[in-house]
Write a protein that binds this ligand. Sequence first.
Ligand SMILES: Nc1ncnc2c1ncn2[C@@H]1O[C@H](COP(=O)(O)OP(=O)(O)O)[C@@H](O)[C@H]1O
Ligand SMILES: [Mg+2]
Length: 221
Amino acid sequence: MKTLAILSRKGGTGKTTLAVHLAVAAWRSGRGVLLADCDRQGSAAEWRRERTVPGPSIFAAKPAALFATQLAAERAGRDLLLIDTSPSANEDLADAVRCADYCLMVLRPSFLDVRAVRETAEMVSRFGKPGAFVINQAPSRRNGKEMACVGEAVSQLSGMGHPILPIGLRARVAYQQAVAEGLSVQETAPSSAAALEIGGLWRLVEARLWPAPEPELGPDF
Ligand SMILES: Nc1ncnc2c1ncn2[C@@H]1O[C@H](COP(=O)(O)OP(=O)(O)O)[C@@H](O)[C@H]1O
Ligand SMILES: [Mg+2]
């Protein structure tokens, strides 16, 4: 079983939006997914309550109990534990990072988000965990060009010791509409740009969680 932590110390960056969308993407690809909602506000659980069709399991978890949750999920034969964190104190974040095989640090392309993510990036490095930044709510390109804020965020993040995933989420009403219905954009609008974005992002994350084995060298080598 693999554990994916979705982190940011700031509220509103899109952790829950990303968590529920990745949970559905993983579930649709046949993985046994458990989404641990560590935010006392319970936004992921709210999403699940709206959902009237089958989907990934969710439960409210205390950050300090994540290790036990992880063991239980593994014993139950789950493939993926996804942790949606709260905009919280360092200790809660540390509990999630400690359990994680891979950390996604979510931020919007803005000065304050970039500033705020540095501490999280340092924590992920300190624990020796692999991770990456995901840019969420990026404005759409204008005339094929990224807005300046995206370029600025990318250049500031480049010195923080973790890669930036080449697929992020654009600011799209489709995400808000899907979440309000307990669904994913892959379900509400399967051929939309948003659905393609999520599908592509999940494939990137999946490849980092379960890297393809090195091909064995044949007898000629
Ligand atoms: N890519 C996106 N496009 C449009 N709205 C978004 C996007 N990501 C998040 N939002 C909106 O931003 C707000 C905060 O998102 P949320 O996922 O709750 O963040 P967090 O869990 O980090 O606090 C919500 O209203 C959500 O619908
Ligand atoms: Mg949240």
